[in-house]
Design a binder for this molecule. Structure first.
Ligand code: FMN
Length: 271
């Protein structure tokens, strides 16, 4: 007899890492004959969220942006209705490969803030698990190549499956708490990123001269932050710098100013 009647996975994803985690989790649930529903928070009406039913396990997955969940996920959690369900918090962070070792990203205040909010709403947190998937932070480093991305996926996927098995079996997973010291140390930077940094990153995005105005970036933006100005894509302050526009640009002509000289390469399984 399973503990949970259903898995409700709420995700936000720019370049596919968090979406992949949602799909991997769902595959574990289906092997156990537990129904799972994957909900892209960018595609639903966030002002009227259906309250969860008793016995459903809630999972929130999102990338880390500036040592916190991006505003879209924080606002979603902030608006989430009250309830008494168990909640598993997950994130995907900037994983890089050095030799055989995946360097870990930094979660910062994402889990601390969101768990506080959800606890105040009545929920019980049964896990906080970070996963270091291929970094898409191409404003601060060159894009990763196909081989590196494949290796990171191969190494991290089993950890996601294992974590899902454990939590579905009624165990807890608070792996993130091992990093609480560095998470608290970077908390002032998360606040600065939220107040200032994210706007600077948003404004550093541009389309190069060869852009043919196909509008794919505008159509795909999960937060509708790209508009047309003088018949060119223009990034407003609503941009979360999730990089979805860049990963979808067929000609790879969109760039963050700070990383414009880098070769941008994306390899994401689900896109
Ligand atoms: C603007 C921006 C800020 C980021 N900030 C962080 C960070 O603070 N810590 C971290 O570990 N990774 C950071 N990353 C990396 C992403 O969290 C990571 O690559 C994530 O797996 C992307 O998930 P997605 O493909 O679902 O969007 C950042 C990426 C971007 C684009």
């Amino acid at each position: 007899m399973e503990i949970y009647s259903k898995l409700l996975i709420y995700y936000f994803s720019g370049t596919g890492n968090s979406k992949n985690v949602a799909l991997w989790m769902s595959s574990v649930a289906s092997k156990r004959n537990i129904e799972s529903v994957i909900i892209n928070i960018a595609e639903i009406d966030r002002t009227s969220i259906t309250p969860p039913l008793k016995g459903e396990l809630l999972v929130f997955i999102s990338p880390i942006h500036g040592f916190n969940y991006p505003p879209a996920m924080m606002h979603f959690i902030g608006r989430f209705p009250k309830g008494e369900n168990n909640v598993l918090l997950m994130n995907t962070r900037a994983g890089m490969l050095i030799g055989n070792f995946i360097t870990p990203g930094l979660t910062g205040i994402a889990f601390l803030l969101s768990s506080l909010l959800l606890k105040m709403k009545g929920y019980s947190i049964v896990g906080m698990a970070p996963f270091d998937l291929p970094s898409n932070w191409i404003s601060v480093h060159p894009g990763l190549n196909d081989k590196t991305i494949k290796i990171i996926h191969q190494k991290i996927k089993p950890k996601v499956l294992d974590c899902t098995e454990k939590v579905l079996s009624g165990k807890t997973n608070f792996a993130a708490l091992r990093e609480i010291v560095q998470d608290v140390i970077v908390s002032p930077i998360s606040v600065m990123y939220y107040l200032i940094g994210r706007f600077l990153f948003a404004k550093s995005n541009f389309a190069s001269a060869d852009c043919n105005n196909c509008d794919i970036c505008i159509k795909n933006c999960p937060v509708k932050a790209i508009i047309k100005v003088n018949n060119r894509p223009f990034w407003t302050y609503n941009c979360e710098s999730c990089m979805k526009c860049m990963s979808h640009c067929p000609k790879k002509l969109l760039k963050p100013l700070m990383g414009q000289s880098y070769y941008i390469q994306f390899y994401f399984l689900q896109f």
